[in-house]
Design a protein around this ligand. Structure first.
Ligand code: ATP
Length: 204
């Protein structure tokens, strides 16, 4: 998967609509302290489905919305969009969210209303977005997104955590989610079957 464009509006310090085109090759973001470099990486992780406000350096998820300054009032919503080109291998056969190779993933949060996600204009669940990125070996917790303090966290990670990082890097994290779903469905079907047995026994 290659991320081609990032669009932000009302997200943290990016109050005005901002568009960043990411060309192929190496991209560097430079700027003085506090200009918003980390906020850009957080915007990527947030749109990929990050659900922990703490890892977005906030107390609650609404803290990602522009909080206002002396000169500008706070905003009521934040929206970030990622435009990405997927490789053939990033798209499993049973794709349900989007079949297209080019995907635009949008996450929007409104004060008091929570988050909503869209993929290529269609409303989807947070889980669908997480799976879409996991299948492309990336995502909100991908080891490819190295935020401040992350190197230390990798060094001191427990073996199970390190295994999780390797699985995310290998693009198989999505398989675990699908397996959990399938097991849940299996358990529900087993419960239904045993209920059916009870009903049949009553009819005898
Ligand atoms: P450094 O080089 O010091 O790590 P940086 O360029 O990575 O800095 P960030 O940490 O991304 O900068 O940005 C911090 C800025 O974002 C601060 O000025 C902070 O006030 C601003 N900011 C964070 N959240 C919000 C918000 N919800 N509303 C408005 N501004 C915000």
């Amino acid at each position: 998967m290659q991320i081609k464009r990032l669009k932000l509006a009302g997200f943290k310090s990016f109050v005005d609509p901002t568009e960043l085109r990411i060309e192929s090759g190496l991209t560097g973001i430079v700027g003085p302290n506090g200009c918003g470099k980390s906020n850009l990486l957080e915007a990527l992780r947030w749109t990929m489905g990050e659900s922990s406000p703490k890892s977005m350096r906030g107390g609650g998820m609404e803290d990602v919305i522009f909080a206002g300054t002396d000169a500008r009032p706070a905003r009521d919503f934040a929206e970030v969009s990622i435009l990405a080109e997927r490789d053939e291998g990033d798209r499993p056969d049973n794709e349900t969210v989007a079949l297209e190779s080019e995907v635009e993933v949008v996450r929007r949060i409104e004060r008091g209303a929570g988050s909503a996600y869209r993929v290529n204009g269609r409303d989807v669940r947070a889980k669908d977005v997480a799976l879409l990125f996991a299948d492309a070996a990336t995502g909100a917790h991908s080891p490819a997104l190295v935020s401040q303090g992350k190197i230390g966290a990798v060094v001191s990670a427990k073996p199970a955590e390190r295994r999780q990082m390797l699985e995310e890097a290998a693009g198989i994290a999505g398989l675990h989610v699908r397996r959990k779903d399938a097991e849940q469905k299996l358990r529900a079907t087993e419960t239904n079957l045993s209920r059916l047995d009870d009903l049949l026994a009553d009819m005898d």
